[in-house]
Write a protein that binds this ligand. Structure first.
Ligand SMILES: Cc1cc2nc3c(=O)[nH]c(=O)nc-3n(C[C@H](O)[C@H](O)[C@H](O)COP(=O)(O)OP(=O)(O)OC[C@H]3O[C@@H](n4cnc5c(N)ncnc54)[C@H](O)[C@@H]3O)c2cc1C
Length: 316
């Protein structure tokens, strides 16, 4: 069997690397950035309902990923833990919830007293939360322990990749815009303010149709505050006005978040696309498996997608 070339060391590249290397494949990851420099490292991150297309595939990937993250939460070195919290909105979203929510064992509708001022709808439930910098370290360690190799070395073109290996897995996130020439891939810029945790152990996420919302995700001493989503914005430096807005909105909903110590401000580009692209393509004598375009839900779908990538390689 020829070695597999995986392009990208975000959560998708590394998870594919782990699945393939632990199945005994010879795997090389080439990446333009180190794992902790990727968009994946910026994510909050929670496993949660993913309103992405194609819906039946997304449900399948989310289901497999939920099982893996729940298992990983038993390993305290993985960076994954289970936490209770609320998903809430300032408008009524009704009683119809996404099918993935059936995986949340204790899901229940929030009463009025369990919602912040100004919110009229919400659900409470326990989900996996993933401390991304630590989790990416965990994946990297597992990948290397299984014999995988990682190289900081950008891939210039798919033709170069196809010349290097018979089997290529393309996990380039928003980088697929350039590498594949896929005009459908666009950045949905996100910014976080990481603060010293004043003692919060529940997550909160506001569901919103606009670009601004409020969220917090606890990871021990660190609390990751969001959020924002700016379409077609490629800038990757944190903006003070966005951070100010995130801190102000969070403090309005949770008094313990007034005057918190800011540890870090981070920016990532969610890979927006009309639908996730996970498919095999024959290209210049190689089999290329594309796995990108997971927008704001790439962490929560990562294991299911990686298992499907492995199946597509087997089927080839
Ligand atoms: C603020 C924010 C909050 C988020 N919160 C959540 C959340 O709570 N839950 C959730 O599930 N998701 C969340 N996401 C979304 C999630 O982060 C992304 O969907 C996911 O990280 C995409 O992973 P990826 O591996 O496809 O891409 P990336 O992490 O972007 O990795 C792409 C990799 O490809 C490499 N690359 C690109 N081009 C080339 C090239 N030509 N040659 C070599 N390497 C290349 C890059 O260097 C990088 O290593 C959030 C995102 C942001 C920004």
């Amino acid at each position: 069997m020829s070695p597999v070339l995986v392009i990208g060391a975000g959560v998708h590249g590394l998870t594919c690397g782990v699945v393939l290397a632990e199945a005994g494949r010879d795997v090389l990851i080439r990446t333009a950035e180190r794992p902790r420099e990727t968009t994946s490292a910026v994510a909050g991150a929670m496993w949660g309902p993913a309103r992405l297309k194609p819906p039946e595939r997304v449900l399948y990937w989310a289901t497999l990923s939920h099982a893996e993250f729940t298992g990983l939460a038993r390993d305290e070195n993985s960076g994954v833990h289970l936490a209770s919290g609320r998903m809430a909105a300032r408008f009524d979203l009704g009683d119809v919830v996404p099918p993935e929510t059936k995986l949340i064992p204790d899901l229940r509708r929030c009463g009025e007293q369990d919602l912040p001022d100004g919110f009229v709808w919400g659900y409470r439930g326990t989900v996996p939360l993933i401390d991304m910098p630590r989790y990416l370290d965990h994946l990297l360690e597992r990948f290397r322990a299984a014999g995988g190799e990682i190289r900081l070395s950008p891939v210039q073109s798919l033709a170069d990749a196809a010349a290097e290996s018979d089997v290529v897995v393309n996990c380039t996130g928003v980088g697929a815009h350039e590498l594949v020439g896929d005009p459908g891939v666009h950045p949905l810029l996100g910014q976080h303010v990481v603060v010293r945790n004043p003692g919060i152990d529940e997550y909160f996420i506001e569901l919103s149709d606009g670009g601004e919302f409020t969220s917090w995700m606890p990871h021990g001493d660190r609390l990751v505050l969001g959020g924002i989503s700016l379409d077609h914005d490629w800038r990757r430096t944190p903006r003070p006005d966005i951070s100010d807005g995130i801190l102000r909105r969070a403090a309005r909903l949770e008094p313990r978040l007034a005057d918190v110590e800011v540890l870090e401000e981070t920016v990532g580009l969610r890979p927006g696309r009309d639908s996730v692209r996970l498919c095999a393509e024959d290209y210049e004598g190689a089999r290329i498996i594309h796995d990108y375009g997971h927008a704001g839900c790439g962490v929560g779908l990562s294991w299911g997608c990686a298992f499907e990538v492995a199946d597509l390689i087997e089927d080839g």
